[in-house]
Design a protein around this ligand. Structure first.
Ligand SMILES: C[S@@+](CC[C@H](N)C(=O)[O-])C[C@H]1O[C@@H](n2cnc3c(N)ncnc32)[C@H](O)[C@@H]1O
Length: 288
């Protein structure tokens, strides 16, 4: 069974365990009304309802019982208690979580999107330019830019533990800085990349990151924001994963991300879908 089918079964089963379909039949039409009826909070429930709407389960009068699907109990329990899987949870829930990994929902696993992104970015970088990989993780894209354009200054900024691991992994071709993007001094850059960073934060945190990184982009430069697309099923499943495993991460509406870019003084001039990451979009926004 592929990972998307497994997630969909867990979502359906979790919904049955929570009483979502019964609440729907009793007239609860939106997440707020249903949360009030089920006695839970709407935010995580909304992530589940979005998946069920996309799979067609909400529109169907009945669906095959999936209450025993691997992961169904995790979905129901986390939404009912409004708290993500954590250190205090026992082996039974951890086993459920192993059945529902988020990584395989992403095209990143093929390793190919980093080449596609680097190819998108490279033509923007002159020999003496600076490329900022904001929240660059272990530096897949940074390493690729450094390989393609050895004269470009490549700077990766990430939180301290990740930055330490990136420093160990990357050679001298990439300068790694440790810090929170919202507070750390960022180098002026011709191109800054926010690759799969915004979904790790709620709206306030993500907007703050866009604003901070935008200030680092020099006039005429580009901020490239890549993140999961909520209009795709993998994007919605990833959003449900954020609800299960994280405190405040979520996959943001593209319109919302565009509004943050615009508010930061950037103009979105291009939207790209990478062939090997069809569950994500890339927005290229120019600093005016
Ligand atoms: C999903 S990973 C993506 C890594 C890389 N950009 C990529 O696409 O492969 C998100 C990264 O953003 C970093 N990150 C999230 N919030 C951050 C913040 N406020 N400041 C610095 N880094 C942050 C995380 O530590 C993590 O390494």
């Amino acid at each position: 069974m592929d990972v998307v089918t497994r997630w969909c079964d867990a979502a359906r089963g979790g919904a049955q365990r929570l009483g979502v379909f019964a609440a729907l039949a009793a007239g609860s039409q939106d997440a707020e009304a249903m949360a009030a009826r089920l006695g839970c909070k709407p935010r995580r429930l909304r992530a589940l309802l979005d998946v069920l709407a996309a799979t067609g389960d909400l529109a169907r009068a009945s669906s095959p019982s999936a209450t025993e699907a691997p992961g169904a109990r995790l979905v129901a329990e986390v939404i009912a208690r409004d708290r993500p899987l954590g250190a205090a949870d026992g082996e039974a829930l951890r086993r459920e979580a192993r059945a529902l990994p988020v990584g395989p929902l992403l095209g990143e696993r093929t390793g190919l999107p980093k080449h596609e992104l680097a190819a998108l970015i490279a033509p923007e970088l002159d020999a003496d330019a600076t490329f900022l990989d904001a929240g660059g993780g272990l530096g897949d894209v940074s390493a690729e830019i450094a390989r393609l354009l050895p004269a470009v200054r490549v700077v990766l900024v990430d939180l301290p533990a990740v930055a330490a691991a990136a420093t160990r992994r990357l050679g001298r071709a990439v300068s790694v800085l440790a810090g929170d993007l919202r507070r750390a001094p960022l180098p002026a850059a011709r191109v800054a990349l926010l690759g799969n960073v915004l979904h790790m934060h709620g709206p306030e945190g993500a907007a703050g990151i866009v604003a901070a990184v935008a200030t680092a982009v020099s006039a005429g430069g580009l901020l490239v924001a890549k993140d999961l697309d909520r209009t795709t099923l993998p994007g919605l499943l990833f959003n449900l994963g954020a609800a299960l495993y994280a405190d405040d991460g979520e996959v943001h509406d593209e319109a919302r991300v565009t509004a943050w870019l615009t508010a930061a003084g950037l103009a979105v001039e291009r939207r790209v879908v990478l062939p090997f990451a069809p569950e994500a979009y890339v927005l290229c926004a120019r600093q005016c």
